[in-house]
Design a protein around this ligand. Structure first.
Ligand code: SF4
Ligand code: SF4
Length: 460
């Protein structure tokens, strides 16, 4: 079978050789202005990522996504599975925020703040460059690197991945539980130990092997770029009008050759790209807007005495010499929708009390008749204690006065737990109009909150 059958006619992936094997990337480091600012931002974000699980608000973690206890704590407020509406409002707001950010600033998240980029470019790659002897310049390491250097590098990767896995899991289990586990033997908590080991292996796999593949083939955000960006969004762009036709210059600089554009075809923008693309081919899905090609090209332009900015932050319209506008439909609609959804979220948040109460009808007959001739309805009240401490609840009838209630009062519910309370309600037959009567119940907590719930009692 001819090998050409397997060889695609056009470019598929920058990290794929023609025979289908992986092309490993060792991007050349370009230590320009953007690199220094990104490095600073990256270290700040790493510090924030490590510190957040240790911060508390109202005695609770600032952020905790506790899957085992089925609760989510944000800025000291606990959200339970019953808070679906608020979670939905928060998620929609988050997505709208991402849409807006992308519409204005392009993939600024990918290049500047995504943990994948931050940890790979500012932690793992610098360690790799240190052990492989390419510190400060990056690029392909020599083939004569001693085996002990690889061993030491992977040991360092393992230690960092272990720390990263612990930090990551602290967001799901909390630092208090994590500290207990860390000081105990793994045999005392085999489940969490396996999760921790698995997460560490995942980190190793991602940052040592998978790397840019995460952005190229796994991350859904990159796939959405074509619909999230428009011709006015901020992108890292090559100025084709200025750069083409590209061509090499001789060593005697500066060169004046009116036939050529400013691109000297040095290829450094490609060699420095962590996803291996050529920005001169235009905006591509693989571009994570890391700005390394800007730094590389600015350095080249300085050396050949030409103005910087051949590759720069711009919009597609600007580099094409067309009018670019900040104000367009999506930049107006997204903030409007974001304001509405966030407004609804905060309004709901302001209505939150220390407990939730929902009244439900019991299964079976809609009503029964007691020996005394009273009409009885069997109900259930689901009470959710949102406090971090145990609380007591008392249930009573508010109206109408002739409705009597048989319930076990008070009800004690543990912290962050819910309980279904059975309520047996009776009323004289004469109270019912057209087979029903409206009743109101009051639930009071020892903590000082109260809620009223309404119900239609059914009768003859
Ligand atoms: S770094 Fe600049 S000059 Fe060199 S090839 Fe890329 S665009 Fe052209
Ligand atoms: S093209 Fe430039 S900005 Fe885009 S990923 Fe490559 S180096 Fe980064």
């Amino acid at each position: 079978m001819s090998s050409s059958i397997l060889q695609p006619d056009e470019h598929v992936l920058t990290t794929l050789e023609k025979d289908g094997s992986r092309r490993w990337l060792f991007p050349k480091l370009s230590r320009g202005y953007y690199w220094r600012v990104r490095q600073l931002v990256g270290f700040l974000l790493i510090a924030v990522f490590v510190i957040i699980p240790h911060l508390k608000s109202n005695g609770k973690p600032l952020f905790l996504l506790d899957i085992t206890q089925r609760k989510f704590i944000l800025f000291g407020t606990t959200f339970l599975p019953t808070d679906t509406l608020m979670m939905a409002l928060l998620m929609v707001s988050l997505f709208l925020g991402i849409f807006l950010l992308t519409a204005i600033f392009g993939r600024v998240w990918c290049g500047w703040a995504c943990p994948q980029t931050v940890y790979l470019e500012f932690v793992y790659r610098p360690i790799e460059r240190f052990f492989l002897g390419t510190t400060g310049r990056g690029g392909v390491p020599s083939k004569k690197v001693a085996p002990w250097r690889y061993a030491a590098m992977y040991l360092a990767f393992f230690v960092i991945s272990l720390g990263l896995a612990h930090t990551f899991l602290a967001y799901f289990v909390g630092v208090d539980r994590l500290q207990v586990w860390v000081t105990q033997s793994p045999l005392e908590h085999p489940g969490p130990f396996v999760v921790m080991a698995f997460t560490t292996v995942l980190m190793m796999f991602d940052f040592c092997f998978f790397r840019e593949q995460m952005c190229l083939i796994a991350c859904p955000y990159g796939r959405f770029q074509s619909v999230l960006l428009d011709r006015n969004s901020l992108i890292v762009a090559y100025d084709r009008n200025r750069g083409e036709p590209r061509g090499h210059v001789s060593k005697s600089l500066p060169v004046v050759d009116n036939q050529l554009g400013d691109c000297v075809d040095c290829g450094l923008c490609v060699k420095t790209c962590p996803t291996g693309i050529d920005i001169r081919d235009g905006l591509q899905m693989e571009c994570i807007h890391c700005t390394q090609c800007i730094d590389a090209c600015n350095d080249v332009m300085t050396r050949v005495n030409r103005p910087q900015g051949l590759i720069r932050y711009s919009s597609q319209n600007q580099v094409d010499g067309q009018k670019s506008s900040m104000i367009r439909a999506r930049v107006v609609i997204y903030p409007l929708m974001l304001t509405i959804f966030l407004g609804l979220f905060f309004w709901n948040l302001s209505q939150l009390k220390s407990f939730n109460a929902t009244l439900l009808r019991n299964f079976g007959l809609p009503f029964t008749v007691t020996e005394e001739g009273l009409i009885a309805n069997s109900l259930r009240i689901r009470i959710v204690n949102r406090l971090e401490t145990e609380d007591q609840f008392t249930i009573s009838v508010v109206s109408p006065p002739e409705v009597k209630m048989d319930v076990e009062n008070p009800v004690t519910i543990a912290a962050d737990k819910d309980q279904m309370v059975s309520v047996y309600v009776t009323a004289p037959k004469s109270s019912f109009k057209v087979g029903q009567i409206s009743a109101e119940f009051l639930i009071q907590s020892q903590a000082g909150d109260q809620r009223k719930v309404q119900c239609l009692l059914l009768g003859p």
